[in-house]
Design a protein around this ligand. Structure first.
Ligand code: ADP
Length: 252
């Protein structure tokens, strides 16, 4: 690519063309690297539950272990986990596809957030979480189902990563151009050095801790894809052991 044609009146155009080709080659290289990484991550995520099921069933078939309800339950839990990972991957593939079609209608963020909270009533009650909702969400043109998915994913994390008795605060506000919703929790928080990576696929802060909570590390990647497709943005702030705050901005 280091070609240069001196003294030619078209040198600038050629330089620009070469620049574009370089840029394209660069981005294709990055895409290829991402694709490889994704395949490796999927294989890794699925291998763990599959190995666990295999070990349990083999031991029961060979008579090393009695087939107790607890052991069958443990296999069943791993199967559910595989089901969740594949469902999440399907959602991610859909929202990341180039031709993602957004079915935009007028939606109200406060109303959608209230509905989303309803999905977690059982866990909220079980964990005695305090939920508050402030502000007035403005109307935005957006895809109702996809934005519901965004709110559900963020709330699911807030509920999952906030210990018993904690609080979750949802605030809707707006500026001239943006509708904004923040979901703030008093949960376990995210270490500062891990915060920049939480929107990456399969990223889970402190992996051992999260195996217990059964996360797959795809929820926030889906959030980011959907919000970006709407021309909006999502940001995370957090302090370890104090809580996290996720802010979504959507163009009005
Ligand atoms: P997961 O299915 O693991 O929750 P996500 O993509 O939704 O995947 O989140 C990625 C990681 O970001 C989580 O594993 C967790 O470490 C961290 N995280 C996300 N939301 C929160 C939160 N509200 N509080 C603490 N950690 C969070």
């Amino acid at each position: 690519y280091a070609v240069r044609i001196e003294g030619n009146s078209n040198t600038r155009e050629l330089d620009e063309l070469i620049g574009s080709i370089n840029h394209l080659a660069d981005s294709l290289g990055k895409q290829e690297a991402l694709r490889k990484q994704l395949t490796a991550d999927v294989a890794h995520e699925l291998r763990t539950p599959i190995t666990s099921i295999g070990t349990h069933i083999e031991a029961m078939i060979e008579g090393v272990w009695e087939p107790t309800i607890e052991r069958l339950q443990s296999c069943y839990d791993e199967i559910l986990r595989i089901g969740k990972i594949t469902a999440d991957l399907e959602s991610l593939a859909k929202v990341e596809s180039e031709n993602l079609k957004l079915d935009k209608t007028k939606i109200n963020l406060t109303e959608l957030a209230q509905k989303a909270v309803g999905n977690f009533e059982a866990d909220i009650n079980k964990k005695h979480l305090k939920i508050s909702m402030d502000g007035n969400g403005s109307d935005v043109w957006a895809d109702r189902d996809r934005i519901s998915q965004v709110l559900i994913n963020l709330l699911s994390n807030a509920v999952k990563y906030t210990p018993d008795g904690g609080a979750i605060q949802i605030v809707c506000s707006e500026t001239d151009q943006w509708a904004k919703i923040t979901i703030k929790d008093t949960g376990i928080g995210i270490p500062e050095d891990e915060l920049p990576f939480v929107f990456e696929r399969f990223y889970r802060a402190d992996k051992c801790r999260n195996r217990k909570t059964g996360g797959s590390g795809i929820g926030l990647a889906i959030v980011k894809s959907i919000v970006t497709a709407h021309g909006g943005s999502v940001e995370a702030e957090s302090r370890l052991n104090e809580g996290s705050c996720f802010t979504v901005m959507l163009p009005k």
